[in-house]
Design a protein around this ligand. Structure first.
Ligand code: RIB
Ligand code: CA
Length: 314
């Protein structure tokens, strides 16, 4: 059993990540913490409460965190996720309420409660995680590990940027926070665009059509979440649920260990996750700080989504 906290900016793919996490018996979701990113903190909080209510979950704290990045202004991604952040999905206003604690307070308290056995799965900007690390640097010894959806590392043909030529949105949104986390010494795995934009891991139009045709409430929610993206592009990268899959089934991904730093100065390449690899002198093993995902078993991952989220079979 993996005790996890999902730190999220829901978000269409965040929603799928949340649905997969709660549908997976290998995982115990201890909390859902909200960060500004795809949508405002307020909207993301409402979306998370709506999703937990849809799942009938009323005993997992949902706690709000950062309302803006550490140093910069926020820029949302509603052009991708829709005005509400949940695509075309319409869920009733939630009766559930936010926890009175902040995201950082919940992360710190759960780190104490599950000393050495808590995994954080940040699938939005890393603002909350950086705040927790700065509030309590020793948390890096308390956590089992941190598995992020974030980065574009140039380690596969798909490792290009999505918010500029070289950066991935979550890192770009708060590059300083990402550098704090990458420097923290926490056991860190990064699921980046190198694998999440690999066509073998994406939802095709055919897959969306199969889901849409099932006619169940769960399938209808997933179809509505992704309808806009799939109709617009002919496919959808699923991003965030791959980070969840990497925790519930670690052998579903292949990783390489690297030294990674974040571009925080240049506006041209803001948020680039720079892998240290000079041709004449590779990074020293002791300076390496991230296990970067370079492969995913796409068939197995999509099977998890279809079985556990769409069909409700775990
Ligand atoms: O670049 C993809 C990431 O940015 C995903 O987490 C998506 O939800 C957005 O936050
Ligand atoms: Ca996200």
């Amino acid at each position: 059993m993996e005790h996890i906290i999902i730190d999220t900016d829901p978000g269409v793919d965040d929603a799928l990540a949340i649905l997969l996490a709660f549908a997976s018996p290998e995982l115990n979701v201890e909390a859902v913490t909200i960060v500004v990113g795809n949508v405002s903190l307020e909207q993301g909080s409402v979306n998370a409460l709506k999703l937990l209510e849809f799942l009938g979950v009323d005993d997992v704290p949902v706690a709000a965190g950062a309302v803006k990045p550490m140093l910069r202004g926020s820029r949302d991604a509603r052009s991708v996720h829709g005005d509400t952040g949940l695509g075309e999905a319409v869920l009733p206003e939630p009766r559930l309420r936010l926890d009175s604690r902040t995201a950082v307070e919940v992360i710190l308290q759960k780190a104490d409660e599950y000393e050495g056995e808590l995994t954080l799965i940040p699938v939005g900007p890393l603002t909350n995680i950086a705040a927790a690390v700065l509030a309590r640097p020793r948390i890096v010894e308390q956590l089992e590990r941190v598995v992020i959806m974030g980065g574009a590392f140039g380690l596969t043909p798909y490792g290009k940027g999505n918010v500029n030529s070289v950066a991935e949105f979550n890192i770009w949104h708060d590059p300083e926070a990402a550098q704090v986390v990458f420097d923290s010494g926490v056991p860190l795995t990064a699921v980046g665009l190198d694998v999440t934009t690999d066509p073998s891991n994406q939802m095709s139009k055919e897959m969306h059509g199969e889901i849409d045709g099932l006619g169940t409430e769960r399938a209808g929610l997933v179809a509505d979440l992704y309808r806009g993206n799939v109709m617009r592009r002919g496919y959808a990268s699923l991003h965030d649920p791959i980070a969840v899959a990497a925790v519930l089934a670690p052998d579903i991904v292949g990783v390489e260990r690297h030294r990674v730093d974040v571009e925080c100065v240049s506006e041209l390449s803001r948020g680039q996750t720079v892998v240290k690899r000079r041709f004449h002198r590779p990074a020293d093993p002791e300076e390496m700080n991230v296990d970067v995902c370079v492969s995913v078993d796409g068939e197995r991952f999509l099977g998890l989504v279809m079985d556990r989220v769409v069909r409700g079979v775990s």
